[in-house]
Design a protein around this ligand. Structure first.
Ligand code: C2E
Ligand code: MG
Ligand code: MG
Ligand code: MG
Length: 285
């Protein structure tokens, strides 16, 4: 009886693992199709100075996908499959080309600072590295207005190849941020290995900052380390005015989250940016 029950359990586990694998295979082909048929889109989410959450000139670019029925698919649903099937490189390439090449004049005209996420796969790929450097050399967008967000996990996997590349991005004038800081492995060794411009404090320490006694201590400590190393801090997942105020009182430099603003379609933002620039020109003229 016991043996049978055990067998059933093993079967259940095997079946759910197989089902998961199957759905990842389907997701991978949805991603390939989306890449082929231009069914990726971009959103941008504001990052505001903690001292004045009303003034925004910095946005994080976030990718979105549509499935074959035109339904939106969020990164949480497709990035695991993209990572497993080696598709993150193509996704990041598409994002880079979209911002630095295809929409570059619009992006340059809007005058904002944009940060792009780079996956571990792309970060360690020498073809991607060359491509990105070349794009940066030719884009009409000033490189000081372009930033890259790299997760600790990306750094772990690609430490050697990443460090030189990160240094060359900074030499070209781009800003580099360590994303989701505190949520990965041995965060501090990255601070030792790379000079960076921003540390993004992982949302898991921010979201419940008011009700949790440990979170504010962690946030403050990360902030102090960052400042002593000459980097500035950005807190993610800022969902209320009171958390934004608490972060400001700790000294955190920038805030990002639903309280400041959700990710919006990039076209919408570029349209507003272009309108602003035109009206500015008209006033000057
Ligand atoms: P991330 O880089 O840490 O981006 C922040 C994520 O948190 C975004 O999710 C954003 O929509 C979400 N978020 C922002 N504010 C709040 C808030 O107040 N509360 C909560 N609960 N969530 C908030 P999204 O767009 O679904 O992206 C998820 C992750 O996927 C990103 O995390 C990033 O690691 C990855 N990703 C997104 N776009 C790209 C891309 O173009 N390339 C690469 N390599 N990764 C990307
Ligand atoms: Mg990010
Ligand atoms: Mg993040
Ligand atoms: Mg995060």
């Amino acid at each position: 009886k016991h043996a049978r029950r055990g067998t059933v359990m093993l079967y259940e586990i095997a079946r759910s693992a197989a089902a998961e694998q199957h759905s990842e295979i389907i997701m991978a082909s949805t991603i390939r199709e989306a890449l082929d048929r231009q069914r990726l889109t971009l959103c941008a989410q504001p990052i505001a100075p903690a001292a004045n959450t009303g003034s925004v000139d910095h946005y994080e670019v976030l990718v979105r996908m549509q499935d074959d029925r035109g339904e939106p698919v969020m990164p949480a649903a497709f990035i695991p499959a993209a990572e497993r099937y080696g598709l993150m490189l193509q996704i990041d390439c598409w994002v880079v080309d979209e911002i630095l090449l295809r929409r570059a004049h619009q992006v340059a005209g809007a005058g904002f600072h944009f940060s792009l996420n780079i996956s571990a796969e792309a970060l360690g790929d020498s073809g991607f590295q060359r491509h990105l450097i070349e794009m940066l050399e030719h884009t009409p967008i000033p490189t000081r207005r372009i930033g890259f967000e790299i997760t600790e996990t990306a750094m772990v996997n690609q430490m050697d190849r990443a460090s030189e590349f990160v240094a060359s991005l900074r030499q070209m004038g781009c800003k580099v941020a360590l994303d989701d800081f505190g949520n990965g492995l041995s965060s501090f060794s990255y601070l030792k290995a790379f000079a960076i411009d921003f540390i993004k404090i992982d949302g898991s320490f921010v979201r419940e900052m008011e009700s949790n006694v440990v979170d504010p201590i962690i946030v403050e400590s990360i902030h102090q380390v960052a400042h002593r190393l000459g980097a500035r801090t950005i807190a993610e997942y800022v969902e209320s005015a009171s958390v934004a105020a608490l972060l400001h009182s700790i000294g955190v430099d920038f805030v990002q989250g639903y309280h400041i603003g959700p990710p919006l379609p990039l076209e919408q933002l570029l349209y507003v940016g272009t309108q602003l620039e035109n009206s500015g020109r008209m006033e000057l003229g």
